[in-house]
Ligand binder design. Structure first.
Ligand code: BT5
Length: 327
């Protein structure tokens, strides 16, 4: 792992400080720099919006952090094996997925996280648009290089969905559910969308990009009127704002843990966790597969991630692409 940036180290020290105070001497020893250099780093954190007070004989105290997504704040004290090997934050991106694919094509290593405060052309599936206003949500893409067959890569969408649900629970206490193939719902409304993209040859994956869009603080009037599925945000569901930084850190931690499970044990545990989070399982559903509509009872997932639907005639349909809703 590369050496953390000075501002990241200082924010980590604040995170770890039991009484909230970190002395100048401590920072200077940790960074191996002079007290004047420490003061300059503190000043630059203040300029970035951190409210840091200096109390004589006690040290510095971080009183308030701005809810901005910057690498040093995201990475401070984050305990991940692979995810977050590098974090790139943009004010505006066309799409974080496109940006992560560019990095992937340039040979960037696994674990890169690309985040944008706003997306101009946020992507959904099949050329659809992902609404991505500035300052309120999380738009993230994570670059992975798993040694798997291209055929198995779509299963990583389930990993993102499980990680998003668990991060939502950690940060808000709310229980989210999943909807096949790539949605996370709160109170039956879409709160997050997932879009994986991949670069591969027939029998080798070059990289996979996990694209994750989570509505954190988006308000009702920011959703367009013509959504395919009712939508919500964590702030609407929780009736109060959510820290984008806390959510992002919780999410990266979960992705890292589940990716480790995926690499060690395959997709089985991930699919099992996903099915446990799916409240449509065992219930009547309608699946819109473009030309075809399938009606039946959702009966879990096949080993390859296909949706299993038992129709009225008793036939088990395997669905590989489509949109599901309760019947
Ligand atoms: C998705 O597609 O749900 C995948 C969305 C992935 C977005 C992330 S953001 C970070 C990364 N970078 C990207 O460019 N993309 C990924 P799909 O199932 O096709 O749903 C798209 C549909 O959801 C749209 O046609 C709208 O009806 C609706 N929609 C658009 N924006 C939404 C939002 N913010 N919240 C809820 N629904 C939305």
């Amino acid at each position: 792992m590369k050496k953390p940036a000075p501002r990241e180290t200082i924010l980590s020290l604040f995170n770890q400080a039991a009484d909230g105070f970190v002395s100048g001497a401590q920072i200077s020893a940790e960074l191996g720099v002079s007290r004047t250099a420490v003061w300059k780093h503190i000043r630059s954190l203040r300029q970035a919006g951190y409210k840091i007070e200096a109390i004589p004989s006690r040290g510095y105290q971080l009183v308030q952090s701005p809810d901005i997504l910057v690498p040093e704040a995201i990475l401070a004290g984050l305990d991940c094996r692979r995810i977050g090997s590098r974090v790139c934050c943009f004010d505006v991106a066309d799409s974080t997925n496109l940006q992560a694919c560019r990095f992937g094509d340039d040979g960037e290593s696994e674990g890169l996280v690309v985040i944008a405060d706003q997306q101009r052309s946020g992507k959904g599936r099949m050329g659809r648009r992902w609404e991505s206003p500035a300052g309120v949500n999380l738009y993230a893409s994570i670059l992975l290089r798993p040694a798997i067959l291209p055929f198995d890569a779509p299963q990583l969408t389930f990993l993102s969905a499980v990680a998003v649900c668990r991060a939502i629970l950690t940060v808000t206490g709310l229980k989210a559910t999943v909807k096949w193939p790539n949605d996370v719902l709160l109170n039956g409304k879409k709160v997050a969308g997932l879009l994986n993209e991949m670069s591969a040859e027939t029998d080798r994956v070059h990289y996979v990009v996990l694209g994750i869009g989570v509505n954190l603080n988006m308000q009702e009037d920011q959703f367009p009127g013509d959504l395919r599925y009712p939508a919500t945000s964590l702030a609407i569901a929780k009736e109060g704002p959510v820290s984008r930084l806390d959510f992002t850190r919780a999410l990266l931690q979960e992705i890292d843990a589940w990716y480790q499970v995926f690499l060690q044990q395959g997709s089985g545990p991930v699919l099992d966790a996903w099915v446990r989070l799916c409240d449509m399982d065992g219930k009547a559903v309608l699946v819109d597969c473009n030309e075809l509509e399938i009606e039946g009872v959702m009966t879990g997932l096949a080993d390859d991630g296909a949706l299993l639907v038992r129709t009225a005639t008793g036939k088990m349909e395997r669905v590989y692409a489509g949109d599901v809703r309760p019947a």
